[in-house]
Design a protein around this ligand. Structure first.
Ligand SMILES: [Zn+2]
Ligand SMILES: [Zn+2]
Ligand SMILES: [Zn+2]
Ligand SMILES: [Zn+2]
Ligand SMILES: [Zn+2]
Length: 171
């Protein structure tokens, strides 16, 4: 193997020296799930979803991410920056996915349906909360009397009983 040719090995797509057995050249295929990517960098990012490697770490909390874009999106939750806004009502959001979810409140679209009672919801977290009605799961516990609740709203309402000393019914 000697290359006497004067060529810059920066931009020669034919000879990728990193992987000795790639004769597939420019096909960036994932060895694990077979997905094909247009660019090697995209494949590299994708491979992290298999390896679990999360090189992008938030320095404000201990969360780590596989993709730089995910970290960028996450950082906005700390900075309070909201670059995404709803075209219809102008409400601002820190994540583009939140806009997608929010738009459903305008369109009336409810893609998340409860498999037990067929009730439909516009976002997955509301469905998750709703499912507890069926499962009987009660993750919210009153720290004062140990009573348990399926929804945080119910616990909050309950807490008022303790705040008011239980003597009055306030609305
Ligand atoms: Zn894969
Ligand atoms: Zn963070
Ligand atoms: Zn809106
Ligand atoms: Zn249901
Ligand atoms: Zn209580």
């Amino acid at each position: 193997m000697n290359t006497n040719e004067k060529r810059t090995h920066w931009s020669t797509p034919k000879s990728s020296s990193t992987n000795p057995k790639t004769n597939e050249g420019r096909i960036n295929r994932c060895r694990i799930c077979g997905k094909v990517y247009a660019r090697p960098s995209t494949l590299k990012t994708h491979l992290r979803t298999h390896s679990g490697e999360k090189p992008y770490k938030c320095d404000k909390c201990c969360k780590a991410f596989t993709q730089a874009a995910n970290l960028t999106a996450h950082l906005r939750t700390h900075s309070g920056e909201k670059p995404f806004s709803c075209d219809i009502c102008g409400r601002k959001f820190s994540q583009s996915s939140s806009v997608t979810t929010h738009m459903r409140t305008h369109s009336g679209e409810r893609p998340y349906q409860c498999k037990y009672c067929r009730k439909a919801f516009s976002d997955s977290s509301t469905l998750t909360k709703h499912m507890r009605v069926h499962s009987g799961e009660k993750p919210y516990e009153c720290s004062l009397c140990r009573l348990r609740f399926s929804q945080s709203g119910n616990l909050n309402r309950h807490m008022r009983i303790h705040m008011n000393g239980g003597s009055h019914h306030t609305k």
